[in-house]
Write a protein of this length. Structure first.
Length: 68
């Protein structure tokens, strides 16, 4: 199973969060961490996944598609 950052970037952009800095502020997460997530170099886990789902409505199933 591979992490796909596209759903996170797309959901964030749909609510006007077009930058990693905006996503970081909204998720109360360090900017560098969001950069790693949105570039696919790192994977959000546990509480971060829950925060992404609450904030942007992106589920873990969307971030970790079975066909990726």
């Amino acid at each position: 199973m591979r992490f796909d950052p596209k759903p996170l970037r797309s959901a964030a952009a749909s609510v006007g969060d077009n930058s990693s800095a905006a996503i970081a502020r909204k998720l109360n997460t360090p900017y560098a961490t969001v950069i790693r997530w949105t570039s696919g170099r790192s994977v959000p886990a546990g509480p971060a996944l829950a925060s992404i789902e609450r904030t942007y409505g992106v589920t873990a199933a969307a971030l970790f598609p079975a066909d990726a």
